[in-house]
Design a protein around this ligand. Structure first.
Ligand code: SAH
Length: 459
């Protein structure tokens, strides 16, 4: 980080602006908004600066810049159109440890003024570190639509209950949970919709009804993290990721997705690799249970969809038996993600009217699959975990009547920057994999729809 964003209390503090033009007026206005004692130093001033001086209690030192004018200042902004004066201000301020900003000259700045979204008491500052103020302004404009003015009222309203909540709920964790529930629930909705009275009544009722015992209860969120691209997460997944105390994640969860988990949450890798389990399934079940019993909000983050070849069912069976509350959030499964990003529709009126997902994981060198059900006309077959067993898969499909030239695709690390798609036939797949050595995770898609890749690939 090149600049640390700080929110500084300038109320009643001495701040100067050297210069009397339009830019100086804008900077002085900003300092005034923060209730600073502002002095303008300039021999003459523009009309807008003059209006600040006359109407807003700004002091005017009608003089050229002299170092001694800055003696008791906390910060100074130089905004004259004379380069040597700006440099003099910078030099003197530096020598006296006064924070200095020279307008439009990032290399002479101790601090920079960000683009500000003001929903006091909520204030959002966006900076590009002086690289592109226009970009910062555009981002602020986007945030403006995300954070409507009513957020100011929301912050004010809940702020009034801070002490009462602190009195009732003894630990930080309890209070955090309480506030998360309030701010994501009906109370916030009412405030944002302008029904402040209803919100206030509900807030008081909720606080009165809150029982310490309930606040101590843990919960498990079994969340599908999708195939890799973080933009494919659901809103619900993101919300629960943001409120977890501890996260247990798999090898398949991309680091971009992981970086969206609440920063303070403890992160535990329990990845499973083929034939080598970092932490065995039963241990994972027990870990979830143990942490939930400690009152934690446990996030179990799994690649794709937790209920599709994810053993999600087993994990919550243990929780259900112990009456631990849990939620399951679906994710975009690899078949969906890879097919979309490879331009291979899973169904298509001209080619395929059904689609089956199978696991291609070998058990004692064999595949336990209902082969006749797979070898059907106008059907797409998606094979998860099929890379190692490809030779067996290819041979068995042909033995059961699938024609050797049936189109087949390998999609490696679909939806990520490393996505690669290879197109072949079921007969040639094993040799292709041998030659190209795709890395995990890789998905196999079989059927006539694979032909569409040629015209529909977009990613
Ligand atoms: N629950 C997951 C699947 C877990 S099984 C889901 O719904 O997607 C693991 C297999 O999924 C891998 O062996 C691979 O075949 C497939 N897979 C998962 N993510 C993938 C990706 N981004 N690209 C290609 N295949 C993927």
């Amino acid at each position: 980080m090149e600049y640390l964003p700080l929110f500084v209390d300038l109320k009643g503090r001495e701040c100067s602006v050297v210069g009397g033009g339009e830019i100086a007026a804008r900077k002085a206005s900003l300092l005034l908004k923060a209730q600073a004692n502002v002095t303008i130093i300039a021999p003459s001033v523009s009309t807008s600066t003059l209006s600040l001086i006359e109407n807003k209690h700004v002091r005017w030192l009608q003089d050229t810049f002299k170092p001694e004018q800055l003696s008791d200042q906390l910060l100074v902004i130089a905004a004259t159109d004379i380069d040597t004066v700006n440099r003099d201000v910078h030099k003197y301020a530096k020598s006296k440890n006064i924070l200095v900003n020279v307008a439009d000259c990032p290399e002479l700045c101790d601090f920079i003024l960000p683009s500000i979204l003001d929903r006091t008491p909520i204030v959002v500052a966006v900076s590009s570190g002086g690289k592109s103020p226009i970009l910062a302004r555009q981002l602020r404009a986007r945030l403006e639509t995300l954070i409507p003015p009513s957020y100011a009222r929301l912050a004010d309203m809940v702020g009034r209950y801070r002490d009462a909540v602190k009195d009732k709920l003894p630990t930080i964790d309890m209070r955090r949970r309480f506030w998360e529930t309030i701010l994501q629930g009906k109370v916030a909705e009412h405030v944002l919709a302008g029904r402040d009275n209803v919100a206030q009544k509900l807030m008081e009722a909720t606080l009165a009804d809150t029982k310490l015992d309930d606040m101590d209860k843990g919960e498990v969120y079994l969340v599908g993290a999708g195939p890799g691209d973080p933009d494919l997460l659901t809103f619900k997944a993101l919300r629960l990721m943001q409120q977890a105390d501890v996260v247990f994640y798999d090898r398949l969860v991309s680091k971009e997705v992981l970086s969206l988990v609440r920063r303070e949450a403890e992160q535990v890798y329990v990845g499973k690799q083929r034939a080598w389990h970092a932490v065995r399934q039963e241990e994972i079940n027990q870990l979830l249970l143990k942490h939930a019993k400690q009152g934690k909000r446990v996030l179990r983050l799994k690649g794709g969809d937790p209920f599709i070849f994810g053993r999600g069912g087993e994990e919550i069976e243990t929780l259900a038996a112990e009456k631990i509350p849990f939620q399951v959030v679906p994710g975009i499964t690899a078949a969906s993600g890879c097919s979309s990003y490879a331009g291979i529709p899973l169904t298509h009126r001209d080619y395929s009217q059904s689609c089956v997902f199978v696991t291609g994981q070998l058990k004692d060198g064999e595949l336990d699959i209902n082969w006749p059900a797979l070898v059907q006309p106008r059907q797409t077959v998606v094979v998860y975990m099929g890379l190692v067993g490809l030779p067996v898969l290819s041979a068995k499909l042909q033995q059961h009547g699938m024609t050797a030239d049936t189109p087949a695709a390998l999609v490696q690390q679909g939806t990520t920057d490393n996505q690669k798609v290879w197109i072949s036939t079921i007969a040639d797949l094993p040799e292709l994999a041998q030659r190209e050595q795709p890395v995990a995770p890789t998905l196999v898609i079989i059927g006539d729809v694979v032909k569409l890749h040629k015209s529909l690939a977009w990613f």
